[in-house]
Ligand binder design. Structure first.
Ligand SMILES: Nc1ncnc2c1ncn2[C@@H]1O[C@H](COP(=O)(O)OP(=O)(O)OP(=O)(O)O)[C@@H](O)[C@H]1O
Ligand SMILES: [Mg+2]
Length: 409
């Protein structure tokens, strides 16, 4: 009886917490979107300036700015992830492989003076989550553990499957879960700190050292995936933070190979005509400049409507790079869908600062804003190559068909 009341209370608390996060997420979502456009202008402008800069001191100053933009990007992602449903960017991940891939990143975050150990009980199976947010959540936990051990000692990352109900935290539905624990032997938390740890903006760190968003992100990520987070901590003994994620019954998705992303197409060799659709004047201006510096010829449109008009007036274009959320009657997704009918051979790449659903336009490549303009340039080049190759192979099969039809006669 007591246990049932406790479980109901825990479930209620979980709902209240999610609702608070969702309200905050809506509030910050709009701000984060504007920030993404500002960051996009800065990162592209810096990249362009770096390409043009001859002076070594200038270069190192620009690189410092780039690191600041990267940090701001991470913070913005953190804000955007609060209370949002991330449907559309989920993937079925092979957990063992994912942990192996994340090893270097997490070791880097822990710092060289800390021993980072993996304690994995195989097999771990698969989970269905947004890989970007899983990475961010583990990074947040490892950075907290690093801060708690003041940069020295040992951090253990444990991974195991649990399906016995007694082993699961209260409030979780019966089932099989992946438990990812980050354990440290650092300063630990008092009961009051532990009770507030997941609150957005709760931090005990100095100004500039912490924003108090890390654990809010971890919590939002885990609950949106159908799991939760549990914590055990004792002052001066250490902390164990565990992310619980429901096991998936699906096979892992095969990671999409980004054609051309490995081969370093020299930026100078890019050619072809890009239609850049972007409503933010600054982003449009600087991106057009950067793409031109890569060798593309670029024409621009401020809305999807204007872009369609240009294309219907027979603008010669090899590839379209479009924002998603824009004023006018059409979004970037609508534009991609219309073009799939009007100009099926024309490749479209969509970019957005919003975590959007793009199932409606499954054939397009999606890049989150702010994007790295060099990488986008490579994506544009390989999309053009693929479109050309596709056109060639279409001719080839048509040719084959006519020939076999001829033979049959
Ligand atoms: N491993 C840990 N050991 C001790 N205290 C912790 C640990 N993890 C979190 N805390 C406490 O919880 C607070 C909130 O953590 P959270 O990650 O949300 O924010 P932050 O680390 O302060 O800032 P941010 O992650 O945004 O840079 C921390 O300030 C700290 O007091
Ligand atoms: Mg933190």
């Amino acid at each position: 009886m007591e246990a049932a009341v406790g479980a109901a209370k825990a479930a209620q608390e979980m709902v209240a917490r999610s609702q608070k996060l969702e309200a905050l997420g809506r509030l910050t979502g709009g701000i984060a979107h504007d920030f993404n456009n500002l960051l996009q202008t800065m990162s592209t402008g810096l990249q362009l300036a770096l390409r043009l800069s001859q002076d070594r001191r200038g270069t190192s100053a620009l690189e410092a700015c780039q690191r600041a933009v990267l940090r701001a990007t991470q913070l913005t992602r953190q804000l955007l992830s609060l209370g949002r449903r991330q449907a559309g960017h989920e993937a079925v991940l092979d957990v063992e492989k994912e942990l192996e891939d994340l090893g270097p990143l997490l070791r880097g975050a822990a710092g060289s003076a800390i021993e980072l150990v993996f304690d994995v009980i195989q097999p771990l199976g698969t989970v269905k989550v947004d890989p970007v947010h899983l990475e961010l959540a583990l990074l947040n936990l490892v950075m907290n553990a690093r801060d708690a051990t003041s940069g020295q000692g040992r951090i253990v990352i444990e991974a195991a499957i649990h399906d016995k109900q007694e082993a699961l935290p209260r409030g979780l539905a019966v089932g099989s879960y992946l438990a990812l624990t980050v354990a440290d032997e650092g300063e630990g938390m008092t009961a009051e700190q532990a009770a507030r740890a997941f609150e957005p903006f709760f931090t005990t760190k100095e100004v500039g050292k912490g924003t108090g968003l890390g654990l809010a992100q971890v919590y939002a990520f885990a609950t949106q995936a159908g799991g939760t987070v549990s914590l055990a901590s004792e002052p001066s003994r250490g902390t164990r933070m565990t992310i619980w994620l429901p096991q998936s019954t699906q096979h892992a998705d095969v990671a999409p190979t980004e054609a051309g992303s490995q081969s370093s197409t020299p930026a100078e060799r890019c050619s072809g005509k890009v239609l850049l659709v972007e409503d933010d004047d600054l982003v449009r201006e600087v991106t057009a400049q950067a793409l031109t510096a890569h060798g593309f010829s670029v024409i621009t449109a401020p809305t999807a409507d204007a872009a369609l008009e240009m294309l219907q007036a027979d603008a010669e274009v090899d590839v379209v790079l479009s924002d998603i959320v824009m004023p006018g009657t059409r979004s970037g997704v609508d534009l991609a869908r219309t073009l799939a009918v009007l100009r099926p051979a024309l490749p479209v790449i969509l970019a957005s600062g919003h975590p959007v659903r793009i199932e409606e336009a499954p054939d397009v490549v999606f890049v989150p804003k702010p994007y790295d303009v060099d990488r986008v340039a490579r994506k544009l080049a390989s999309a053009m190559d693929a479109a050309r190759a596709g056109a060639d192979s279409e001719f080839a099969t048509l040719d084959g068909l006519t020939r076999s039809a001829g033979n049959a006669r």
